[in-house]
Design a protein around this ligand. Structure first.
Ligand code: SF4
Length: 199
């Protein structure tokens, strides 16, 4: 007796695209190239390495932190930018991401975390609360973390969508990639830190 087995066809990658079109390469810095050599400046090489290996420290106190969780998850995937290594030890991180309402009594804690990070370090204020106090114009809420630490990029929104957080992150990458390696030794940077009471 003949047994007819009906099986449903299973298809994977039905919208498959050629792999090479899915891969975007890191931009090559400006320089000179010839047969077997490429020459550029040290600043550009250091900037290229730094901007594609940023280690964030998420300082999340409220709802904006949830958006950051979505930003880290598979759909938005911050790892695509070389930043999958999120750390909670300030000494091993170079990007402080403050997300959420910061009460005034929390201000010194944000500053302490910032001080424990090694140079070079950068800061993003994610969302209206971290940027300006947001809707909490009250006696107890810090009206922006730039009252206690210098901020490099502000991400607007209440809360900002993960796309906005990614956009802010890309702005940070631009800053990091273009920063000269001597900027942190310059007088302007020292004056900036001194304005925050940081030696
Ligand atoms: S900005 Fe809005 S979403 Fe973000 S922490 Fe403040 S209240 Fe929450």
């Amino acid at each position: 007796m003949e047994v007819l087995i009906m099986s449903r066809p299973v298809a994977y990658n039905i919208n498959h695209k050629p792999l090479e079109k899915d891969i975007s390469m890191v931009d090559m810095p400006d320089g000179y190239k010839g047969e077997g050599f490429f020459a550029t400046s040290l600043d550009k090489v250091v900037g290229l390495a730094r901007k594609n290996s940023i280690w964030p420290l998420p300082f999340a106190t409220s709802c904006c932190g949830i958006e950051f969780m979505a930003t880290m998850a598979s759909h938005y995937d911050l790892a695509r930018f070389g930043s999958e290594r999120v750390g909670f030890s300030p000494r091993q991180c170079d990007l402080l991401m403050v997300m959420g309402t910061i009460a005034k009594k929390m201000g010194p804690v944000v500053k302490q975390v910032y001080l424990q990070m090694a140079e070079p370090r950068w800061v993003i204020a994610v969302g209206a609360c971290a940027s300006s106090g947001g809707i909490f114009d009250t006696y107890s809420v810090l009206q922006g973390i730039d009252q206690v630490v210098p901020v490099d990029v502000y991400v607007p929104g209440c809360p900002p969508r993960p796309e906005a957080i990614l956009d802010g992150f890309i702005r940070i990458q631009d800053l990091v990639g273009k920063e000269g390696i001597r900027r942190r030794n310059g007088n302007r940077y020292k004056e900036l830190l001194e304005s925050y009471g940081i030696q």
